[in-house]
Design a protein around this ligand. Structure first.
Ligand code: ZN
Length: 202
């Protein structure tokens, strides 16, 4: 069994003008694919073979097996990222997730400020996440391939702040990229699904 290279949930040009088809063709078609290929090469004929991606992440993290962990976590993080954005994204959360956002951050603007500060504050490559930790929402950043899964947190959505995610469209302006994600692309429906799934599992 090999780990699958998942398709984008939309066409490569579906996020234009905010994220270009050229960026997604590189980011998904080259970067994401390379993590899948390297992972499959690394796990072939090892005890990892046949495990789920989540299990490979957990076991390699525990074993500090960086060559497997980094590729496995990057595969998971990128698949999660594609769903965290939508051609019809932006707007506001609804229902129980909206109530939880307001309870934790005051209002949507409060969430926005904290998420943006975390994304801009991540030095170098990494990810910014909205997670559910027990019953509480939190914003966390992780460096390089690190993922909140290994801390027992439930990811609700993520933003990739590796330069490969935005350099072709925004060059060094991570600030403008984060604003565009929050205003035009963020997929609140996906976050709400993850929120409800984690509440049901708790
Ligand atoms: Zn990326």
């Amino acid at each position: 069994m090999t780990i699958e290279f998942s398709d984008l949930p939309y066409a490569a040009d579906a996020l234009e003008p905010h994220i270009s088809a050229r960026t997604l063709e590189f980011h998904h078609g080259k970067h994401h694919r390379a993590y899948v290929d390297k992972l499959n090469a690394a796990i072939a004929v090892t005890d990892y073979e046949g495990r789920t991606l989540e299990s490979i992440i957990a076991v390699s993290h525990e074993a500090a097996d960086a060559s497997v962990f980094n590729n496995a976590a990057q595969v998971w993080n990128h698949t999660f990222l594609w769903h965290s954005m939508s051609p019809t994204g932006g707007g506001e959360p609804e229902g129980a997730l909206a109530e939880a956002i307001n309870a934790r951050f005051g209002d949507l603007a409060g969430f926005r400020d904290k998420f943006k500060a975390a994304a801009l504050g991540q030095f170098g490559s990494g990810w910014t996440w909205l997670v559910r930790n027990g019953g509480v929402l939190e914003i966390v950043s992780t460096g390089n391939a690190e993922t909140p899964l290994t801390d027992g947190l439930a990811p609700l959505l993520t933003l990739d702040v590796w330069e490969h995610a935005y350099y072709l469209d925004y060059q060094n302006k991570r600030d403008a990229y984060v604003d565009t994600f929050l205003d035009k692309l963020i997929n609140w429906d996906f976050a709400a699904q993850n929120y409800e799934a984690d509440r049901a599992a708790a």
